[in-house]
Each structure stands twice: as structure tokens, then as C-alpha cells.
Ligand binder design. Sequence first.
Ligand code: HEC
Length: 200
Amino acid sequence: MDDELKLLGGAMTTLALAAAALVVVPHMQLSDGTPPPGLKPYTSAQLRGREVYIANGCIYCHSQQPRDKAQAPDDQRGWGRASVANDYFYDRPHLLGTMRTGPDLFNIGVRQPSADWHLGHLYQPRAYVGASIMPSYPFLFELKDKPDPGDRVVTMPEGYNPAGKVVVAKQEALDLVAYMQGLDHSYPAIETKNTKRERP
Ligand code: HEC
């Protein structure tokens, strides 16, 4: 019985230490965050687009956390400066991601502002990047014989428009693209007591 109590005590202490180091201390450090002046809150279309991003598993292939120069050449890849905690002020849940099968998207709105490009790329990535392994998302679009008034028709590159049809973006595709276009964290990082780093 004595051994079991020691085992239990040891396990509880380990758990408490881990919770303190990984949850309590970071929470205390970051909970006083303020939004950087350059960061815009999401519009309602962008918030809906975020849900589409989550529902379609974009996070399985795309990160949203450019890293520091010391860790990876992300700025040379055109993905932007290293992100800091306040950049995620409006993000619930955050969509940091862990995989980079595709490029980091934290600044895709700066790199690729064109809605036409985004819509066409979602309909068929291979129309833009020949060897792309990104899945196509045809179910975010409708194929019609002719557009109805108010329809957002997608202009596909030569040879990629289905014969005799027009590709019309559904609301989900439009919202997702509004979210992509809004991903802009190109303003300077705000320095707080937690983001200041000693540099040689
Ligand atoms: C299976 C992995 C995978 C998934 C899932 C995926 N992508 Fe991609 N994505 C890629 C790859 C690889 C590329 C680079 C080739 C290309 O541009 O098609 C890419 C490129 C992109 C680009 C262009 C990035 C740039 O820097 O030019 C955007 C925007 C994008 N993806 C958005 C999305 C969205 C939105 C979703 C979810 C609806 C998604 N991706 C799902 C793999 C993926």
C-alpha cells in the first residue's frame, strides 16, 4: 500500500508540474495581450471563411506561424516576419498548424491578393501550379449552363473551364477567400515584455 501511495503522489506531482509549466505560466505571461494597432478584427464574412477553413482541413497542410530567422528561412520564402503572440489576438481557436505540406498562410493576403486566383485555385490547384498536390474543392462551387444574376463566375485559366459550363462560387468559397485575403500580419511586431529578445 505504501508503494502505491508513493507512486500516486509521484504521478500527481509530475502532472501538477507539467500543468504549471505548460498551462499556468504561459497563461500568466500572455493573458494581458493587446491587439497590435495594425491588426484588423475579422469581418463576419472572414469569420465564416475561417469555419470553412477548419471544416475542410486546410490546417492539415498549412501552418500559420512564420518562424524566426534563427530557426528557418521563412522570411526568404516570402512568408513574413516571425509571428508573436499578439498577432493571434482575434484567433479563437488559433490555427497555428503543425504541417507544411503547403506554404505557410499567415500572410497569404499580402502575397496573393487576387480573389480570382484564390477561387480558381480552390476549384483546381493544378490549373495554376502544374504539380500541386493540394486537393481541389469542387463542392465549394456550382456548375451552371449560364450564370444567374448576382452569381460570382470564376474565370479559369485556358483549358480548365468545364466544357459548356460556367463555374459559380458558392457562399462558402467566397467567405473562405475573404478569410485568405484578410490574412495580413505584415505590420511591425509589437514588442512586449514577452516578445523582446536579446539579439547579438
Ligand atoms: C494535402 C495538403 C493540402 C491541403 C489539405 C490544402 N492545401 Fe493548400 N496547398 C498545398 C500545397 C502543396 C500548395 C502549394 C502548391 C499550390 O499552390 O497549389 C498549396 C497552396 C495553397 C495556397 C497558395 C499559397 C501560396 O503561397 O501561393 C493557398 C492560398 C492554399 N493552398 C489554400 C488552401 C486552403 C484554403 C485549403 C483548404 C480548403 C488548403 N489549401 C488545403 C497543400 C494543401
